[in-house]
Design a protein around this ligand. Structure first.
Ligand code: PGA
Length: 266
């Protein structure tokens, strides 16, 4: 499969931001701005309390709904947790798992993330699995080992038939929400190549060519094209800039433009 056959994807990860009124306005702004454009897949991931609200706004649009997390059980005595069944019930198609804020701030382990990945897939949610090294690991030349470990463990025992429902987000921890520490497009391209190589070892060349690998870490309107034009960078997972409709739309446009460039026969 040629790289151009992978469709670009732009995911807005709103994290723990917005009020109901802001969520409504933001979702509506993105819906209006994207219109009928289908050159890029756009996914919005609001906080749990606004999923249904945003889902209703996205209903007749080309934009899909995703959640930022879930608990790997169908139901039960798990105070404060949200099940994949509930997420599907409110219209989610995707769930972000293994985000660095969950790994590093909430202490989620590789094993727990793997449990979530398998449970999400079995429940019918598509998974965006985040991986990425810390600054200390990068400085110690451990980036490759770290990506290997997180991919291996995150995808352990995942049924091969479910691979088309998994995408990977490379998010170097040091570049997330950090205007002073941007990764360069070259660093992103290199890391994506490492991940695709590892994916190939795990699941074969064809699966590796098909898997979407998006970049995340301070993607903004000004640098989106530079990332999205890179070989093997199939999309963007956007935090801060996804909280302003015009900024997210500018990133979506960059994805559309770069997607078209890739599609052109060489
Ligand atoms: P950022 O967040 O764009 O604010 O760096 C990206 C993410 O954490 O998903």
């Amino acid at each position: 499969m040629k790289p151009g056959q992978r469709r670009k994807v732009v995911v807005g990860n709103w994290k723990m931001h917005t009020t109901a009124a802001e969520a409504t306005q933001l979702a509506q702004g993105v819906v209006d701005g994207v219109g009928n454009e289908d050159g890029v897949s756009v996914i919005l991931c609001p906080p749990f309390p606004y999923l249904a609200l945003v889902g209703a706004i996205l209903k007749r649009s080309r934009i899909t709904l995703g959640a930022q997390n879930m608990y790997p059980e169908k139901k039960g005595a798990f105070t404060g947790e949200v099940s994949p069944t509930m997420l599907l019930d409110v219209g989610c198609k995707y769930v972000i798992l293994g985000h660095s804020e969950r790994r590093h701030k909430m202490g989620e382990s590789d094993a727990f993330i793997n449990q979530k990945v398998r449970f999400a897939l079995a429940s019918g949610l598509d998974v965006i699995l985040c991986v990425g090294e810390t600054l200390e690991q990068r400085k110690a030349n451990q980036t490759e080992a770290m990506l290997d470990r997180q991919l291996n463990s995150g995808l352990a025992d995942v049924p091969v038939a479910d691979l088309p429902r998994i995408s990977i987000a490379y998010e170097p921890v040091w570049a997330i929400g950090n205007a002073d520490h941007h990764a360069t497009p070259q660093q992103a391209e290199d890391a994506h190549a490492i991940l695709r190589g590892r994916f190939s070892k795990l699941f074969g060349k064809e699966a590796a060519e098909a898997v979407t690998i998006q970049y995340g870490g301070s993607v903004e309107p000004d640098n989106a094209a530079a990332f999205l034009s890179r070989n093997g960078v199939d999309g963007a997972l956007v935090g801060g800039a996804s909280l302003k409709a015009d900024e997210l739309l500018a990133i979506v446009r960059a994805g559309i433009n770069e997607g078209r460039v890739e599609m052109q026969p060489t």
